[in-house]
Design a protein around this ligand. Structure first.
Ligand code: SIB
Ligand code: ZN
Length: 424
């Protein structure tokens, strides 16, 4: 299958924007500009008045939590988790996980996300969504490492790895998902680290999200969450660290030493009042820092362009420095650094040989006018629904606003039904 995206403006890996044609052959980009004359495309997409970027990467989410969107807002993290979210999650059946994930898929495709890193229960249903939707998924079974379900969840993570790691032509990868240091005791984390190492799997975990978490961790274990992760062997596995808000210089040095990748969630951190991650410091230290939405119960959407914008804005006001995270750097956090963070090789860049995960924005409309600087327009002004074409792995998931793999009306209907049932 060969596709030619003809005469589109495109954000290139060096941050420049140029008019090019992009040739896609199978899963990969065959050319950006300089398309060979004999390239015979099966499908030609008119790129005039469009902006192409590498697909957005949601480096931390809980897709099926879409069913709990706006169910419990304006609470602090522990109260929210323990008294609202966990009791309802306990009622979720496989069907709920599936339709919640499908609802997330519709939203992700429509807002230009091509890869998502997910942590939840019943992840084989999220794998099903990944296979059907055509998205790229980095899946981890979220494990609360204590009774009554800790051991079962751990086993399910192993089964998920066996059944789905590398599945769907490599569109699915599987990580281990110990939920957090406050839900998984050190000995349990040691066993997870062993299991991950045996399989050369990586680990997706919530770390240093709130000040209270770090204080408790110091009190109970005499170490910060990152120090504890080093001691338990988790850092040896390759870690995708959700949040990473409350960090001291030693934590940042550990992140650098072990190539920990941070998934910064500005929307969730602001909404739950968790704090402001030291993103400029992380970037300066050379820590790969990506962006995520977290679940839609703490965001409340999966719109990655919004996270790119929030990252660009939040760190400016925090540092009282309008140069803190420039638009181009924020966009890289949402694309190139995202792909690196979740471990998808050769993606996140519009260049020859990269995986063909491409998003096209239709630049017709007031928010895109006038056109001085297209990266600035995208990051500071554009509505996410100007995404009109989405390609993952060389296949079109949406073309000119029309979803190709998902039945949106049915999904909205079923998701609504599931959400009602679990909250009744
Ligand atoms: N309860 C599940 C496993 C947990 S998966 C991941 C968990 O992370 C929770 N979660 C979502 N956002 C956050 C956050 O920001 N911090 C900590 N936990 C979160 C989410 O509600 C979910 O319970 C089971 O055993 O079936
Ligand atoms: Zn989370």
């Amino acid at each position: 299958m060969k596709t030619l995206i003809k005469d589109t403006m495109a954000v290139l890996p060096d941050g420049s924007v140029k008019e090019v044609s992009i040739a896609v052959d199978g899963q990969r980009i065959a050319a950006v500009g300089d398309v060979p004359e004999n390239f015979s495309a099966d499908t030609v997409i008119d790129g005039k008045n469009h902006l192409a970027i590498p697909g957005l990467v949601n480096a931390h989410t809980h897709a099926s939590m879409t069913l709990l969107r706006s169910y419990a807002d304006d609470m602090n993290l522990m109260d929210w988790l323990q008294n609202k979210i966990w009791p309802i999650e306990a009622k979720m059946r496989k069907d709920d996980i599936y339709w919640g994930a499908m609802l997330a898929a519709v939203e992700m495709v429509r807002t230009g996300t091509t890869t998502f890193a997910d942590m939840y229960g019943d992840m084989e249903k999220v794998a099903e969504m990944t296979i059907e939707s055509g998205l790229r998924g980095v899946l981890a079974r979220g494990i609360i490492g204590v009774a009554p379900n800790g051991e079962q969840a751990f086993e399910e993570n192993k089964t998920l790895f066996k059944d789905f790691h590398g599945a769907a032509d490599g569109r699915i990868t599987v990580m281990f998902g110990p939920h957090a240091p406050y839900t998984c005791p050190p000995d349990f984390l040691r066993r997870v680290a062993e299991a991950a190492k045996e399989r050369k799997a990586e680990v997706h975990i919530h770390l240093a999200e709130t000040k209270g978490e770090v204080e408790n961790c110091l009190k109970e274990h005499g170490k910060t969450p990152f120090g504890l992760m080093e001691e338990t062997g988790i850092l040896d596995c390759g870690v995708l660290s959700a949040h990473s808000v409350w960090l001291n210089d030693d934590d940042i040095a550990l992140m650098k030493k072990y190539h920990v990748r941070a998934a910064h969630n500005p929307g969730s951190n602001m909404k739950l009042a968790s704090g402001i991650a030291p993103v400029p410091k992380l970037l300066k230290a050379g820590v790969c820092t990506a962006l995520g939405t977290d679940g839609t119960s703490s965001n409340n959407n999966l719109d990655m362009l919004e996270e790119v914008r929030l990252a660009a804005l939040l760190h400016k006001v925090d540092a009282l420095d309008p140069l803190a995270v420039p638009a181009g750097e924020a966009l890289k956090m949402g694309t190139e650094y995202g792909a690196e963070a979740v471990g998808v090789k050769d993606a996140g860049k519009l260049e020859k040989g990269a995986l063909a995960d491409i998003v096209l924005y239709n630049m017709h409309g007031p928010e895109w006018t006038p056109k001085f600087d297209l990266v600035s327009l995208l990051v500071y002004s554009a509505p996410s629904h100007s995404v009109d074409t989405v390609m993952v792995d060389g296949k079109l998931l949406m073309e000119k606003g029309e979803l190709k793999t998902l039945d949106e009306e049915k999904i909205l209907f079923e998701a609504e039904k599931c959400a009602k049932r679990i909250t009744q």
